[in-house]
Design a protein. Structure first.
Length: 249
């Protein structure tokens, strides 16, 4: 049956909770809380090092619980403007090099979690280019070629018909209060859009949100699930891809 609405029946908008960098506090705090309330989220990890299969074992159970474990590259390349090293960073990479890193990360994720058939991509440091100045080139087309969606950064909730799935807007939410997090989630319903939130640490670690504030959001989403569709990025993207086939006619 063709999908005739962007969100499931009764839902006014969609919300995806995304977590970057495979941090321990996500395993310790966020995932148990999400599982307790039967909410599914997306976790973007870096399968780096020769020991990635051992080190990343806990993420297998995360995927088995119904969460998405997505691609955040192997080496997490960001602008040299962070490091100050004139030799390094995205500015010194080619499109072929970034594509090789991304494909290697996908290969390792499939080795780690063979049951997970499809997953999305997350831009390290939200940056989507290689080179600099007149030689700067977007690598969004590479992400578009290999993934149903790529998560970036932006200050809007995504329009279901017109958002570029290869570079989705997502709100960075570090240090926000519970009320602010709920407000962003509710924007999805008010605007009939898809709100994506980007988390890093929960309660501890870099760019953290306090546990009490995260809990407030989770409880709100659990209570409002009949009108707010809470789903991993891959699930919302796949539905929108199908829906757009009819909506754009
Ligand atoms: Zn990252």
């Amino acid at each position: 049956m063709p999908i005739t609405t962007p969100f499931p029946a009764g839902c006014e908008g969609a919300v995806s909770l995304t977590f970057d960098d495979g941090m321990q506090s996500q395993l310790d705090t966020a995932i148990p809380l999400l599982n307790e309330h039967n909410l599914k989220a997306t976790f973007y990890i870096n399968p780096r090092g020769d020991d990635f299969m051992e080190r990343l074992q806990p993420w297998r159970a995360v995927a088995w619980a119904g969460h998405e474990v997505g691609n955040h590259t192997v080496n997490h390349p960001c602008s040299r403007n962070f490091s100050g090293n004139p030799e390094g960073g995205l500015e010194s990479m080619t499109l072929a090099e970034i594509e090789a890193d991304i494909l290697e990360a996908s290969r390792r994720l499939r080795a780690l979690i063979p049951e997970q058939e499809v997953f999305t991509f997350c831009y390290p440091c939200y940056q989507d280019y290689v080179g600099e100045g007149v030689n700067r080139q977007s690598y969004v087309p590479i992400v578009a070629k290999h993934f149903p969606a790529g998560r970036g950064k932006g200050e809007i909730a995504n329009h279901p018909l017109t958002a570029d799935l290869a570079y989705l807007s997502s709100f960075p939410v570090e240090r926000m209060s519970g009320a602010e997090l709920v407000g962003l989630a509710e924007r999805a319903a008010a605007q009939h859009r898809w709100t994506i939130l980007t988390f890093h640490g929960i309660h501890q670690g870099h760019l953290a949100v306090q546990e009490v504030d995260f809990r407030e959001l989770v409880i709100h989403l659990a209570r409002q699930r009949h009108r707010l569709w809470v789903a991993p990025v891959v699930a919302v993207a796949q539905r929108l891809i199908e829906w757009r086939k009819t909506a754009r006619r």
